[in-house]
Design a protein around this ligand. Structure first.
Ligand SMILES: NCc1[nH]cc(CCC(=O)O)c1CC(=O)O
Ligand SMILES: [Mg+2]
Length: 336
């Protein structure tokens, strides 16, 4: 640092390197590319596309849309997608048994993607019971309480049917204790030693998930109930590091923090503490918020979305799950 004084003038002029675009590009510490994006995709058992009111611009995709979506992701250089099924209510039960049906919607979708684009695209599947349960909770409910160990048994079976279908990354989002270890053991025993586990390690009981629950149709099932007895309290910071430490010890390959923007402090602490591949989920409510303001002309959609994603990179995220993924990848491409 230049502290040499030249009378009344500032010795150090921070603005010098900001003067021209070439110089700003030259000193840039962070950069957003398509390689940083994971695209969450909703699917339903039918034909065509279904709009989701609280996620304007995001559609549920029917079975005839899957191959073209996968091809789009590949063409845009997006490394991976995350699949979420909107299960018909007739298939939702108290015990969420459809979750372990090897021929359920998610498994059929994974097979279709793998048959069309193979290893050009990573496929991530959520492990949790909420898309399949009549109560909308992520686990089995007994006397009004989500029971841990019995749920973990079902989750391991869910992970196995997804791996069998060709899923590359199992992503437990349920927040049960000990599920990463149980899933790793089950995957290895079934011969899926190379299937990764991306743990939703620090997942908060957030009100930003509302539109997602509309998208998978679980909000009606959940009603006014909360997930506060298993997802983390937003007041907690250190507890997130404890959660991540446990999941890494249990065999998680990569970890995730969720939601994103209100939790960038957690992303930063996880990355600096553990130095492992760290992902953040810019969740449905964050998408809805930015989209709504842009729709009203209050914010510039492209500029605020790119700025928000660069913020994740600066905080230390190696990648971001975002509903803006395809649009952003296209913007990045168009800017070259
Ligand atoms: N366990 C399911 C799951 N996986 C991802 C999200 C939320 C994603 C989003 O809001 O975009 C949720 C919802 C929840 O926990 O209630
Ligand atoms: Mg945990």
């Amino acid at each position: 640092m230049n502290t040499f004084s030249r009378g009344p003038f500032p010795a150090t002029r921070m603005r010098r390197v900001r003067r021209h675009d070439w110089s700003r590009r030259l000193v840039a510490e962070n950069q957003l590319t398509a390689n940083d994006l994971i695209w969450p995709v909703f699917v339903f058992d039918g034909i065509g596309r279904q709009p989701i009111t609280s996620l304007p611009g995001v559609d549920r995709l029917g079975t005839d849309q899957i191959e073209s979506m996968a091809q789009t992701a590949c063409d845009l250089g997006i490394p991976a997608i995350a699949l979420f099924p909107a299960t018909e209510s007739a298939l939702k039960t108290e015990d969420a048994i459809e979750a372990i049906n090897p021929d359920n919607l998610v498994c059929r979708t994974v097979r279709k993607i793998k048959a069309s684009v193979g290893d050009s695209l990573g496929v991530i599947c959520d492990v949790a019971l909420d898309p399949y349960s009549s109560h909308g909770q992520d686990g089995l409910v007994h006397d009004g309480y989500v029971i841990n160990d019995q749920t973990v048994t079902v989750l391991t079976q869910q992970a196995i049917v997804q791996a069998e279908a060709g899923c590359d990354i199992i992503a437990p989002s349920d927040m049960m204790d000990g599920r990463v270890k149980a899933i790793r053991i089950a995957l290895d025993a079934a011969g899926y030693t190379n299937v990764q586990i991306m743990s939703y390690a620090a997942k908060y009981a957030s009100s930003f998930y509302g539109p997602f629950r509309d998208a998978v149709g679980s909000s009606g099932n959940l009603g006014t109930a909360s997930k506060n007895t298993y997802q983390q309290d937003p007041a907690q910071g250190n507890e997130a590091l404890h959660e991540v430490a446990l999941d890494l010890a249990e065999g998680a390959d990569t970890v995730m923090v969720k939601p994103g923007m209100p939790y960038l402090d957690i992303v930063s602490r996880v990355k600096t503490t553990f130095g492992v591949p760290t992902f953040a989920y810019q969740v449905s409510g964050e998408y809805a918020m930015l989209s709504a303001a842009a729709e009203r002309g209050w914010l510039d959609r492209e500029k605020v979305v790119l700025e928000s994603l660069l913020g994740f990179k600066r905080a230390g995220a190696d990648g971001v799950l975002t509903y803006f993924a395809a649009e952003v990848a296209q913007w990045i491409r168009d800017s070259h």
